[in-house]
Ligand binder design. Sequence first.
Ligand code: ADP
Length: 455
Amino acid sequence: MSTDERSAGPPQASSAPLGGSAAHEVASVGALLLGCIADDFTGATDLANNLVRAGMRVVQAMGVPGQPLDTDADAVVVALKSRTLPVDEAITQSLDALRWLQAQGAQQIYFKYCSTFDSTAQGNIGPVAEALMEALADLPGADFTIATPAFPDNQRTVFKGHLFVGDVLLNESGMQNHPLTPMTDANLVRVLQAQCRRKVGLIDYKVVAQGEAAIRARIDQLRAQGVGLAIVDAISNDDLLRLGPALKGMPLVTAGSGVAIGLPANFGIAPSNTASALPAATGLQAVVSGSCSLATNRQVAAFIEAGRPALAIDALQIAAGVDVARQALAWAEPLLGQGPVLIYSTADSIAVKSVQGQLGVEEAGALVERTLAAIARGLVTLGVRQLVVAGGETSGACVQALNITQMKIGLQIDPGVPWCHAQTDAAPDGGLHLTLKSGNFGADDFFSKAFAMLA
Ligand code: ADP
């Protein structure tokens, strides 16, 4: 689809950037349509992936960028780590992100949180949403927003305000035992009300089923009742697509990643292959895996069974002072020319517990993360330009070691996991293709599938 076709959709409710013309002047490239603030790193990629699949060209930034956006994008997702920060800090970071997105001309703001509504009794979903509403208060319609983690195709449905994870209520899904954000109540109206000063209401499935006009009428009714935020039911992905048009022109939307499937159409954007286009892939291929999740264990086993070269690294050797990173890179160098190699600390839970018992959980994690990050950087220095990283925390460490501050989001490999392209000082000749796979994502053949897709 050409640039002209991209913009040939229905007229927008408002083509004005949020924050006024002064903010718009500093934008260096075509103004942004959707400005997103995500409360964690892999959640940001999940949202970006949905937007790309719906036709938007998306850039993910790690934290609030220090300079204007220097590439054309329809949406930017600013990835924060604010989910479990103290409320004040989460608000400060989110408002910083908002100001940066406004300065790029963003026409609508999307605050993204987890599909299990992960929050503490104090927040941060409610307080951040209300702080964003206040910051946008000058704009018509900013006195009201929606909130829904629903994503039915990913087993997250909201019915009469209650969140189901698969077939069970949120508070019976295991999330009631989460170490940081235990979710003991599935009634999201009650959960969000406990975090908000404004009144919280509900747009239920019967209204959503009737589509845009009914949803808008319900929003008017809730507004008249003094409601500022409303949980929205969705029991199928079609509900999210019906919700989309009713959100056109709403300055702030708050949701999981699901609502994103219905928003690009509001800007006249339809799914297309060009949205996920990345530069042509070049260079050598490698996988670095620090995830010990069940899916990653299966993926490592599948790669080894396929006869590919793989090297396990040992946390105890790292702790003993052995230069494991140097040894691993020396092992990889002669093999890289023949196809992808895997360097992994991935192990089953018994082995991990044993190491943790000897080194401590945090120390073991930090040692392994640091070593794998040094290996990832070393591999790129050796010419790797297609890099798969497995593990959420491991990904964070690798991205940091590679000094990556933003990524362009490309084609989905498996649900929730796209290829990305990023500039890094370790690959000054045109950047790096990378994919960041969090724990339990991806099919067993994920590693080979990922490279096959780039080829
Ligand atoms: P996931 O996405 O599967 O949760 P993460 O990378 O987020 O994966 O977390 C895995 C954690 O376990 C990291 O801190 C990593 O350094 C640590 N780790 C990896 N391998 C081992 C190991 N063999 N022994 C102990 N800790 C490990």
